[in-house]
Ligand binder design. Structure first.
Ligand code: CA
Length: 234
């Protein structure tokens, strides 16, 4: 694997410098941006693999910038949020962040999460194994554009987490999938205590389905166990 490119988006110099040293010590190429404008500049000229982004930034904040990052197919996104800011964490995941850490974070934890995420994002071959189109109940999951297309033809671009979760469901119709299985597929990491990542992702996927009248619920909650895809794959 080529040396991964990490882009740190953080306005606080001390945190940014600390992060830079941390990732350089791990052997990554590190780019630093103070704000969204600088971030986009790096995207123009470099193949960025993972973005580590602070939520509180001057100008466009991290939540706004996340929308702009998530459409880039092979970029992973990890948010750094303030302590006890559950709202930011949930919002970040809803917008399509792959993972988050709360400040002050454990550096080792961050590098492990980043490595896990990279194993998901940089391995394009893994995604290429997926059939490019899977049809179910009038819907289409399109692996080339990583989008979900409704029976009426509306297209939803999916963040990687949603795409991978949905793909796992479609590969296992009728089977109960646990949160542990889903989080591993989505982010390559284990479930944490009070982890809302899976539930937020499922909620987002359901929202796409609910955008058009549906006879049945396609993803059903199995209480205490996980989720099950109840549709029919063509
Ligand atoms: Ca900040």
């Amino acid at each position: 694997m080529q040396t991964p490119n990490i882009l740190i988006v953080e306005d606080e110099v001390v945190t940014r410098t600390t992060l830079k040293s941390l990732f350089e010590a791990e052997g990554y190429n590190v780019f630093e941006a103070e704000n969204g404008e600088e971030m986009h500049g790096f995207f123009e000229n470099n193949a960025i693999d993972v973005v580590i982004m602070d939520i509180n930034l001057p100008g466009k904040n991290g939540l706004i910038l996340a929308r702009e990052v998530r459409d880039r197919k092979n970029v992973g996104l990890i948010f750094l949020t303030g302590r006890d800011n559950d709202v930011d964490r949930i919002l970040g995941l809803e917008i399509g962040a792959d993972d988050y850490l709360t400040k002050p974070f454990n550096p080792r934890e961050l590098t492990i999460r980043t490595r896990n995420l990279l194993s998901r994002t940089s391995n394009a071959a893994e995604d290429d194994d997926l059939p490019s189109k899977v049809k179910f109940n009038g819907w289409t999951l399109d692996g080339d554009s990583r989008s979900l297309i409704s029976p009426k033809g509306n297209e939803f671009r999916l963040p990687r987490s949603e795409f991978r979760a949905l793909h796992l469901f479609l590969s296992n119709p009728g089977k109960i999938l646990t949160r542990e299985q889903l989080i591993m597929e989505m982010t390559g990491r284990e479930l944490r205590p009070n982890d809302r990542t899976v539930d937020v992702t499922i909620r987002r996927i359901r929202k796409h389905f609910e955008s058009e009248p549906n006879d049945e619920e396609l993803i059903v909650t199995i209480h205490g166990e996980g989720y099950r895809f109840c549709g029919e794959v063509d």
